[in-house]
Design a protein around this ligand. Structure first.
Ligand code: HEC
Ligand code: HEC
Length: 290
């Protein structure tokens, strides 16, 4: 049974034929703008699925070949292209010229600070304050020299780094372990070392130790124990200790040696980063006047 569509008298709109207690339901069409927007979203979704990796299939990239990894890589390339002019200036200038140029210096310190936190702080402490066995880089006590060129050399080639032929390599002998000194002689020489900072506990032993020192130690540490940077031999006559200045630590150093290892960074960091690190370490306040 069919009947003509009923129309509402007041609005002229077709009704659905449903009626409750004299109230009829109007069949108002969707507004055109709404309908077209709806179709547009469907078309957009279809296009998206075709162009971009939208399907849950491993390795799907869509027609555009887009990946989030690729996008990140592009960002990285754009960033390093933007940094390149500054980095090229850093590679080209020698460290002294960088320090003389306020812009370049600020740039190098900012970059060096980040690189230091990432690569060096684990051993040398945040801000280079050091730890037992790991020298402070923020003071003017240097094993191998604190001039810019010397610091850069140390960073490039490391200290006793096994994978770098140009590494700084002198080594404190294992005097007792290798039978070069008896335990008693080690005790005497340590008393002598303590006397260099006015802390000797046994004057007779210290006097005997002076002779042991002159014979075995002065060639590296200097006659009066002031250290020697050619050998990376620390000053023993100041209050700064790399491995501890108490008698037990000194005895251990003389008996077994130490042989601290600083990695070589030339193959792991690019030249601009090494330069920024050098300038950053200089900014910590310790590097000596050039
Ligand atoms: C694995 C630990 C370690 C890491 C990482 C490390 N160092 Fe060192 N560094 C050492 C040790 C150990 C020494 C001292 C070696 C010795 O006993 O003579 C040293 C010495 C140095 C010295 C020489 C200090 C002086 O008094 O002459 C400089 C400069 C230095 N490090 C800079 C750096 C920089 C810059 C980095 C980061 C790129 C870095 N180090 C990362 C362990 C480390
Ligand atoms: C071949 C050179 C050489 C000779 C010889 C030598 N030393 Fe050393 N000494 C070093 C070096 C290099 C270091 C530092 C770093 C390391 O081994 O990590 C050092 C470190 C030390 C330290 C640690 C200093 C600190 O700040 O903690 C003491 C103490 C010391 N030597 C005492 C002696 C005494 C005493 C003798 C003689 C019995 C002696 N050394 C002979 C090269 C030498």
């Amino acid at each position: 049974m069919s009947h003509a569509v009923e129309r509402d008298e007041i609005t002229g709109t077709a009704t659905t034929g449903h009626e409750w207690d004299g109230i009829r339901e109007l069949n108002t069409p969707l507004p055109k703008w709404w309908l077209w927007t709806f179709y547009a979203t469907i078309a957009f979704a279809l296009l998206w699925v075709i162009l971009y990796p939208a399907l849950p299939i491993t390795g799907a990239t869509g027609l555009l070949g887009h990946t989030a990894r690729g996008e990140a890589e592009q960002d990285r390339l754009a960033q390093s292209a933007a940094a390149e002019p500054m980095l090229a200036r850093l590679r080209g200038a020698d460290p002294d010229a960088i320090i003389a140029d306020p812009d370049l210096r600020a740039y190098a310190i900012a970059g060096g600070r980040v690189a230091f936190a990432n690569t060096c702080a684990g051993c040398h402490g945040a801000g280079g304050q050091g730890a037992p066995g790991f020298p402070t880089l923020a003071d003017d006590e240097w094993l191998w020299g604190g001039k810019l060129a010397e610091v850069e050399q140390t960073i490039r080639h490391g200290i006793r780094a096994p994978d770098d032929e140009a590494t700084r390599s002198s080594l404190m002998p294992r005097f007792v372990a290798d039978g070069m000194l008896t335990g008693a002689q080690a005790n005497d020489v340590v008393e002598h070392v303590l006397s260099l900072t006015g802390r000797t506990t046994d004057a007779a032993a210290a006097t005997r130790g002076a002779a042991v020192f002159a014979e075995n130690c002065a060639s590296c540490h200097g006659e009066r124990g002031m250290g020697n940077r050619e050998m990376g031999a620390p000053n023993l006559a100041d209050q700064v200790w790399l491995f501890g200045g108490d008698k037990a630590s000194l005895l251990r150093t003389v008996s077994l040696g130490r042989g601290g290892v600083m990695p070589a960074w030339e193959k792991r960091l690019d030249p601009a980063t090494i330069r920024m690190l050098t300038v950053y370490i200089h900014s910590l306040g310790g590097t000596e006047a050039r």
